[in-house]
Design a binder for this molecule. Structure first.
Ligand SMILES: [Fe+2]
Length: 272
């Protein structure tokens, strides 16, 4: 059975309660991140209360090889501690895109973990150790994770699919009942709409969907659920464009420090 978040950082009670609800729901519907009776996939959904970012730690319980998706600089100590406690070997740090709201933890992880490689889409325009093209895959233990280009929030957005476990990590392309904004960083509503329809909503309905952020405390969704209930992506492409062009969102708080740092894979020196 997959293990869920037990964050070392206090979470607000609503988020915590929803995390437990999600775990109970997964138990009730019998979802198991398992490919055999004895070896399960380690699955941790970790939370940053400052930027509302979810970081995902995934590992093969047998070989102990692991990947981390969207680590946050401020919480690298937490993430590395969990990796150590579980006896994992962290191979890849994947960024779903060049974030504007927090600095990625991959730069510091590169310094602290032997053999660790940062990963980004080849369309990102930023620095990384490995660049993925659409459809390219990475392995950790017996698991394969496929990168799918899903531009529109940024040019370099990539979603990641683990077919064997029926999981998709959507970055900011699809959020629960919403999606990432399209008013900066090469944002393009029509491109985002088509990316989601062709690369995410084309997956089977029972694939669980994990976003990079969640402002509702809902933790996860599914492809089928978002196809039915997403407040923006259930509209026509013209309606979607109209909505996205009129969100009138405030300028992201950390963008001026986050963007330049993330273009070079995050901060490269150890955190003091
Ligand atoms: Fe973003």
């Amino acid at each position: 059975m997959a293990s869920f978040i037990r964050s070392s950082k206090p979470l607000c009670s609503t988020v915590l309660s929803n995390l437990w609800k999600a775990q109970n729901l997964n138990e009730k519907i019998g979802r198991k991140f398992s490919t055999s009776a004895t070896c399960n996939m380690v699955f941790r959904q970790l939370f940053d209360s400052k930027s509302w970012t979810y970081t995902y730690l995934l590992a093969d319980d047998e070989s102990k090889e692991a990947v981390v998706i969207d680590p946050v600089l401020d919480l690298v100590d937490r993430d590395i501690n969990i990796v150590k406690e579980l006896g994992l070997t962290l191979k890849y740090g994947i960024n779903t895109h060049v974030h504007a709201d927090h600095i990625t933890g991959t730069g510091v992880m590169k310094k602290r973990i032997d053999g660790f490689k940062s990963v980004l889409s080849e369309k990102s325009g930023a620095k990384a150790d490995l660049f993925l093209a659409d459809g390219e895959k990475l392995n950790f233990g017996k698991y394969e994770i496929e990168g799918r280009c899903t531009p529109g929030h940024t040019n370099g957005c990539m979603s990641f699919v683990i077919h064997s476990e029926k999981l998709v990590f959507t970055g900011d392309a699809v959020l629960i009942r919403g999606c990432g904004r399209t008013d900066f960083q090469q944002g393009d509503p029509r491109l985002l709409y088509n990316s989601v329809k062709s690369k995410i909503f084309s997956l089977p309905d029972d694939f669980l969907l994990y976003p990079a952020h969640d402002y509702l405390g809902m933790t996860s969704s599914s492809v089928g659920e978002e196809k039915k209930h997403n407040k923006r992506l259930t509209k026509s492409i013209d309606q979607f464009e109209e909505i996205m062009n009129n969100l009138k969102l405030p300028y992201p708080k950390q963008i001026d420090t986050a963007l330049p740092a993330n273009l070079v894979c995050g901060i490269q020196d150890d955190v003091a």
